[in-house]
Design a protein around this ligand. Structure first.
Ligand code: HEC
Ligand SMILES: [Cu+2]
Length: 356
């Protein structure tokens, strides 16, 4: 079928061209029209354009380490070149060079100086680690629980009482003041790793263990990242999008997410079919009997710009392909083909499209 063909090509491209995909993600139509200022956004994940306090601290530390190492490199190279030139054996010189055994001053120098350098590097690294590794949430933080799943991210906002997936939305300020985002990282299955380089360091997401990550965004924008610990077949399609909103936009987003799913009578057929199918055992749609927690919450599916954790844009055609057989777009993913007839797929997709 034509649609399957294009989906397969898209999938192949997705897996081979991760950097291109990440770049594309930041410029999807949906994100471009989202109410965010894009000034802070780098086209692909980079730690060299920090837009969050911990990311700035990490970059400062890396520059310092880099400068020290570059200094050592330059001095050593200069000495080597100087020795090569100055002490070159001339053509007719057959004498052996003087052999020096055990010079206390020289040995002391090459032991003490490197030790001091390592000690300085240790101290500055330890200081940065203590600064960014917060074991308790900073005053007034927004706390969000991140759950890693094979192969998607769950974002749980206990303060606001809703759960969403793959696109993390956070405010820049609260009551006019910059706000810390305090993430609690948990895994549902294997080890994943949460990393959005423009916003903070990399933190593992480990089963039966809780980690924390502090972010403090400094600029609105859309930032991309990706699971950074190999976690199985679709590890490469476990992308993260973080949207940092100005305060009012974030509040509007929260108010919308808190609402139950709309109940549009014109798609009652698809809705009934969805609610009669095993979909409800894995997915939640608030306001219906669907309350599964194994898979992404679909209450506001259409507010997200991608499906399958970034494997495809959230367009009607891709949704159709996904509901028909998710294994086409994301082979190996934990959603089986529900073997619906084409009419059933059409009706369910019509229903999903109303979940704004
Ligand atoms: C066995 C559990 C299971 C069943 C049953 C199931 N799904 Fe899924 N579904 C998943 C999982 C897991 C994902 C996430 C896959 C990924 O991204 O790796 C998913 C993803 C989705 C997505 C994309 C959501 C997003 O934000 O990325 C849609 C849409 C969806 N399912 C619709 C359906 C529909 C419609 C049905 C019923 C016809 C259904 N699912 C049945 C497990 C299930
Ligand atoms: Cu992962």
């Amino acid at each position: 079928m034509h649609r399957r063909g294009t989906a397969a090509i898209r999938n192949a491209l997705t897996r081979c061209m991760l950097p291109a995909i990440l770049a594309a993600l930041t410029t999807t139509d949906a994100l471009a029209t989202a109410p965010v200022c894009d000034s802070g956004t780098a086209p692909s994940p980079t730690m060299f354009a920090p837009r969050s306090v911990p990311a700035e601290l990490i970059l400062d530390l890396s520059w310092l380490v880099w400068a020290i190492c570059a200094g050592i490199f330059l001095i050593m190279e200069a000495l080597i070149i100087w020795c090569i030139v100055k002490y070159r054996r001339s053509k007719d010189d057959r004498t052996e060079a003087p052999q020096v055994y055990g010079s206390n001053p020289i040995e002391l120098a090459w032991t003490v100086v490197p030790t001091l350098i390592v000690f300085v590097l240790f101290l500055v690294s330890a200081r940065t680690i203590f600064e960014i590794d917060k074991s308790t949430p900073p005053e007034g933080s927004l706390e969000i629980t991140v759950v890693g799943h094979q192969w998607w991210w769950e974002f749980d906002y206990p303060e606001y009482g809703f759960i969403t997936a793959n696109e993390l939305h956070v405010p820049l300020t609260r009551n006019g003041e910059r706000v810390s985002i305090y993430l609690t990282l948990e895994s549902n299955d294997v080890i994943h790793s949460f990393w959005v380089p423009q916003l903070g360091g990399k933190k593992d997401v480990v089963p039966n263990h809780i980690n924390h990550l502090w972010l403090e965004p400094t600029m609105p924008g859309t930032y991309v990242g990706q699971c950074a610990e190999y976690c199985g077949t679709q590890h490469a399609n476990m992308l993260i999008t973080v949207v940092v909103h100005p305060e009012e936009d974030f509040e509007a987003w929260v108010a919308h997410q808190q609402k139950d799913a709309v109940h549009d009578m014109s798609v009652a057929t698809g809705r009934d079919l969805f609610l009669r199918t095993a979909c409800i055992n894995c997915h939640t749609i608030r306001g219906t009997v669907a309350n599964g927690s194994f898979a992404p919450d679909l209450t506001h599916l259409m507010s997200r710009s991608v499906i399958g954790a970034g494997v495809a844009r959230n367009t009607p055609a891709n949704l159709h392909s996904w509901v028909d057989d998710p294994q086409i777009l994301k082979p190996g993913c934990r959603m089986p083909s529900m073997k619906l007839d084409q009419n059933g797929v059409d009706e369910i997709v019509k229903y999903l499209l109303t979940l704004k």
